[in-house]
Design a protein around this ligand. Structure first.
Ligand SMILES: [Zn+2]
Length: 145
């Protein structure tokens, strides 16, 4: 028998980031890291594309990277939870891997090589009332110059 449990934060899609059970801890992006050669891959994979070994482990990413490329999305897709307009960005991480990401805030101010960082927000709830969390990226604001 299951007891009534507190509302949880869950990732909308698994395998991209981890949501700690402790609500005071922030979610974090993950990648696969090869224990043989040290290369990172996002999403995590079973076999290293660099050395071919099956020695992958899950490793956290810093969540800060640079814009490699981007495009604006103006057409609302049926069933999509993110509302247009927004940008799809390829983020390059200092760990050496890349990831597709969504930018909604200041999406029209994006530039290649710009510093960008992840944040997490609730996008909807599941049938049990748990918060479903997504990752988004935003431009890193420069401190006053
Ligand atoms: Zn490797």
């Amino acid at each position: 028998m299951t007891e009534a449990v507190a509302k949880k934060r869950l990732p909308l899609r698994r395998g991209r980031f981890v949501v700690p059970e402790d609500p005071n801890k922030q979610p974090y992006l993950i990648a696969g890291r090869c224990k043989n050669c040290g290369k990172y891959f996002a999403p995590p994979r079973h076999i290293c594309l660099n050395c071919g070994k099956q020695m992958m482990e899950i490793a956290p990413l810093s969540g800060k990277g640079k814009v490699y490329s981007f495009t604006a999305v103006w057409q609302q897709l049926p069933g999509a939870l993110v509302k247009v307009p927004y940008a799809i960005v390829i983020v390059s991480f200092p760990e050496g891997c890349q990831m597709h990401a969504v930018v909604t805030e200041d999406y029209d101010k994006l530039q290649v090589d710009q510093d960008i960082e992840v944040y997490f927000e609730k996008i909807t709830e599941d049938k049990e009332g748990n918060d479903l969390i997504v990752d988004k990226f935003r431009i890193v604001k420069k401190s006053q110059e």
